[in-house]
Structures are given as C-alpha cells and as structure tokens.
Design a protein around this ligand. Structure first.
Ligand code: AMP
Ligand code: ZN
Ligand code: FE
Ligand code: FE
Length: 284
C-alpha cells in the first residue's frame, strides 16, 4: 500500500541542503533523520554552516536504528566576495580530515569574535543582549547571526529572525559586522582537497549575478539549481547554465526547522543526480 502510494506521488528523492542544531537549524541530527524517514526521502545531505559536527551523529543514528536512508556527508561554507555572501556546499568530503577540522575551528573562533562585536553594536543602539544567552541559543556550537536574532526575539526587540536581519543584522544595517575573510576560492579548494565536490549554493540569492560566472570559473563542480526561492525562470536559467558548463545539478530545501522557512524536502533531486556526483568523484 505504502509503496504504491509512493509510486503515484512520484520519486521521493534526495534533499541535499539541510541544517541542524550544529549550526542554525532547530532540529538535531537525529530529529532531522527521523523526519526525513517519515517523509519517505531516499536520502539527504546535512549541510551545516561551517561545521560537520552533525554528520557522525547522523550516521550513527542511521546505523544504530538500521534506517533505510542514505546520508551524504556535507557542509555549507559561508564565504564572502566583496559585498556578496557566497555559500559553497561540499558533498562527500572526508568529514573527519584534520585539515578540515582545523579550518573549521578557526572559522568558529572568528564567528565568536564577530558575535561579540555585533553585541557591542547592538548595545550602542540601546539593545543590550547577554552573550551567554546567544551561546545558549547556539547550543555551544557554531554561532551565527540567526542565534543573535533568537536572543533579540526573546528580549522582545524584534518579532522574527527576518525582522532582526532586515532592521539590524543584514549587510548595510546598523549592527552588521563583516565576516572574517574567507573567499569562495579557498572554500572550493578546501572541499576538493578533502575529497569532496564543491557546489555553488542558491545562486539566485546572490546580489551581483556576475559572481555566478566568477565562482564557476573558480572550479565548482556543480550548481544548486533546485531551490525553493528560485523562480521558474531562475531554475531553467541555472539548469541550462549547468548543462552548458558540464556542471552537476543539485537541489535542496535549506531546511532550518518546522517554523523557519522551507519544509524538509521542499526541493529535491532524484537518484540520477547522486549517481552523477559519484561518477564525477571517481573520474577525478
Ligand atoms: P552568519 O552565518 O552569521 O553570517 O548568518 C548567515 C545565515 O543567517 C544565513 O546562512 C541564513 O541561514 C541566515 N539568514 C540570512 N539572511 C536572513 C534573513 N533575512 N532572515 C533570516 N535568516 C537569515
Ligand atoms: Zn542557515
Ligand atoms: Fe546558504
Ligand atoms: Fe543553508
């Protein structure tokens, strides 16, 4: 019964862009896997911002419970090029490699320092926050502006994460502090050195679209073509671009939690995309 229903619905696919509490998601690795199983996904990739801390717990949870779901080790590296935020996804990278973990430690330290500066700025604006509360929202893991937003919501300064960004935390807003410089080229090279595939995340969200060609020229392996915020036109444009350049075509929801934007599985790819990724790795 269950299977015939699935056939009618169509492929259940893979969601290749998912966050957990290791970065700014609301669900733990275990909760995300559980939900993916309930939805009937064939697989997913956990792609936390600047951390792989949820990957081993997710793999252990799957094997301990003998779950029929495929987990692709992943990451989403937040980089900056001028005024543009460029996110680079990494798939199938060796998530236990020393070089990777050292770099991620450095990024975490830089994020902590940045959070302190943002809190100073907010205090000057008459919006004091307790650093400990921000760290508690981050559960001791990678601190991001969304956790500062959470602390602001708790204080009643804003109603939502979106409002916190729009009024204070976004580029050009009064409490914006630029990130520690991590250029996209370095992120791409790091992912590849660690045996992974580098994919440009949500190209449609990049302010300066000229950056898309630049990042492709830096040697990414693929484009995240399927993404909930991409319009139909953007999707077909990036699809054509990926084909023209011989790049992998990926997609995912950017799930952050039940009331945080897109639902798990809101964008997916089928097994052909996964096979193409694996073939590209073996050909390297
Ligand atoms: P950070 O890693 O501290 O630079 O924060 C960037 C992250 O904040 C992004 O990767 C998103 O997950 C989230 N974010 C960015 N813009 C917004 C927004 N306008 N509203 C809510 N969350 C956002
Ligand atoms: Zn995020
Ligand atoms: Fe992103
Ligand atoms: Fe993301």
């Amino acid at each position: 019964m269950q299977d015939s229903v699935r056939e009618v619905v169509g492929y259940m696919g893979f969601d290749l862009h998912v966050h957990t509490t290791a970065s700014d998601g609301k669900f733990s690795a275990e909760e995300v896997i559980q939900l993916a199983v309930e939805l009937g996904l064939e697989g997913l990739s956990i792609t936390d911002h600047d951390t792989v801390n949820a990957v081993n717990p997710a793999l252990e949870f799957i094997s301990r419970n003998r779950l029929n779901i495929e987990l692709i080790p992943g990451i989403e590296l937040n980089t900056e090029a001028g005024a543009n935020e460029i996110h680079i996804l990494g798939y199938y990278l060796d998530h236990n490699r020393k070089e990777l973990l050292l770099k991620l430690q450095e990024l975490k330290r830089a994020r902590d320092e940045r959070a302190v500066k943002i809190l100073h700025r907010l205090e000057e604006l008459g919006l004091p926050l307790d650093l400990n509360r921000v760290q508690e929202h981050a559960r001791g893991e990678v601190v991001g502006r969304p956790h500062i937003a959470d602390a602001m919501i708790e204080k009643g300064y804003v109603g939502t994460r979106e409002e916190a960004f729009a009024r204070y935390l976004d580029y050009g807003r009064p409490a914006y502090i630029s990130r520690y410089k991590f250029p996209p080229r370095e992120a791409i090279e790091l992912i590849k050195r660690c045996g992974g595939l580098a994919v440009l995340a949500h190209p449609g969200l990049i302010d300066d679209q000229a950056m898309v060609a630049e990042v492709i020229a830096m040697g990414v392996d693929g484009l995240e073509v399927f993404y909930p915020e991409h319009s139909r036109e953007q999707t077909s444009f990036y699809l054509r671009l990926a084909r023209e350049k011989g790049l992998l075509i990926t997609g995912g929801s950017d799930f952050h939690g039940p009331n945080e934007g897109n639902k798990l599985g809101a964008a997916r790819v089928d097994r052909n995309s996964i096979t193409a990724m694996q073939m590209r790795l073996t050909r390297r």
